[in-house]
Design a protein around this ligand. Structure first.
Ligand SMILES: Cc1ncc(COP(=O)(O)O)c(C=O)c1O
Length: 396
């Protein structure tokens, strides 16, 4: 066999304004080029402690069991569902977006029976519908998506949802992949039992070590199981040896990703979590003002607007692909199309972490306007850019 001739790695210099990943903060990138220590090195144990403390701050929780799971957001998600679901459990999951389906699939693999509470894609769950689903199915667990990346919907009334579940003695698992570090989230105050996330969205960190937090009740449920968790790798009763008091080997942690997460979370703590939520809202408000002044609309009702993921409705007769292609080829900007029930109807524009800056949003609006113009849409690009500049208070 000939030696492969593969050139040096030179990925294009993109601006990531899609549904994730977002642009990585330069300080996080720098942390990833620092030397490795062993995953049981005393210095790494300290780093693990730092990450846990910073994660508790970011999740707004006192939960002892707060760790990064090795793997992408789906790994922290599966850790939640695989450990909490016992064979034969009924688990209520949402039918209003892409990630409820993934929850259902994980529940089935864990031996549980998923049942759905529905709402149209583009709308949040209604607590009354959740209550009715509880009366009908008496589920043991309830999973919901706080920030649905497929629809750009922020679930309001989280406390109302968790109250319904707790009145029925069920535990709650919240998908916070697109909210953690960018959108208001209070794990303890809202009585969420398990919350998981990914680092590559509002934390502006590469994927690879994914946040997870469990309340004492959730931990008790995991350790009280009669049957083994069906995944060896994600079994929290085994992982506890590594992330708990003992610090014994389970698997080799993705050390560089843990460095990166530590730095990303340090940036959150330096800025302040409330200030960070406010900054995301301010920048996404500029984007929203811009697209609306151009003559476009966001798909969700204003009360459910998710600042970290903006679902922009395509005007009638306009196709998504040429717009996405134009932004990538002319501006090196990545955005994404709609999924599932909203495929072909929306564009998904992220406003997360280090990507969320006027210097990215203004060219995005320019390129979006050009591509829409090309397809004959009635768009006022200049008005959009002016509205965004006004919102960012960029006079000049
Ligand atoms: C809401 C939500 N949940 C779960 C995931 C899965 O995360 P990952 O793709 O990192 O495995 C994503 C990823 O985009 C997401 O947006």
């Amino acid at each position: 066999m000939d030696k492969p001739s593969v050139g040096e790695l030179t990925p294009p210099d993109r601006t990531l304004l899609g549904p994730g990943p977002s642009d990585v903060h330069p300080r996080v990138l720098r942390s990833m080029s620092t030397p490795l220590v062993g995953h049981l090195d005393p210095s790494f144990i300290e780093i693990m402690d730092d990450v846990q403390e910073l994660l508790r701050y970011t999740f707004r929780t006192e939960n002892q069991w707060t760790i990064p799971v090795s793997g992408t957001g789906s790994a922290s998600m599966e850790t939640a569902f695989a450990n909490l679901t016992r064979p034969g459990d009924t688990v209520l999951v949402p039918g209003n977006g892409y990630f409820g389906e993934r929850m259902a699939s994980m529940v089935e693999r864990a031996g549980g029976d998923p049942v759905f509470v529905d709402a149209p894609w583009g709308e949040p769950l209604d607590p009354d519908d959740v209550a009715a689903a509880f009366d009908e199915h008496q589920p043991d667990l309830f999973g919901f998506v706080h920030a649905e990346t497929s629809t750009g919907v922020l679930q309001p009334n989280v406390s109302a949802l968790t109250s319904v579940a707790h009145e029925h003695d069920a535990l709650v698992i919240a998908d916070c992949v697109t909210s953690l570090g960018g959108v208001e989230l209070h794990v303890d105050e809202w009585d969420i039992d398990v919350a998981y996330s990914g680092p590559q969205k509002c934390l502006s960190c590469p994927p690879g070590a994914s946040p997870l937090t469990l309340s004492d009740d959730a931990v008790e449920r995991v350790f009280d199981r009669d049957s083994q968790v069906r995944s060896w790798y994600l079994d929290l009763t085994e992982l506890g040896g590594y992330w708990g008091e003992e610090r014994t080997y389970h698997h080799t942690a993705p050390i560089t990703n843990v460095y990166a997460l530590r730095e990303a979370l340090r940036l959150v703590a330096e800025e302040g979590i409330e200030e960070r939520w406010a900054r995301h809202e301010h920048l996404a408000s500029g984007l929203k003002a811009g697209v609306e002044a151009m003559g476009l609309e966001l798909n969700p009702e204003p009360e459910y607007w998710l600042p970290s993921l903006n679902a922009v409705r395509l005007p009638d007769g306009v196709e998504d692909e040429p717009i996405i292609d134009h932004l990538l080829s002319a501006y090196d900007i990545e955005i994404a199309s709609g999924l599932g029930d909203l495929a072909g109807d929306i564009l998904r524009i992220g406003c997360m972490g280090y990507s969320a800056q006027p210097r990215n949003i203004l060219p995005l609006l320019a390129g979006l306007g050009e591509a829409l113009d090309e397809q004959g849409a009635d768009i006022d690009t200049g008005a959009g850019i002016r509205a965004a500049m006004d919102s960012f208070e960029l006079d000049g």
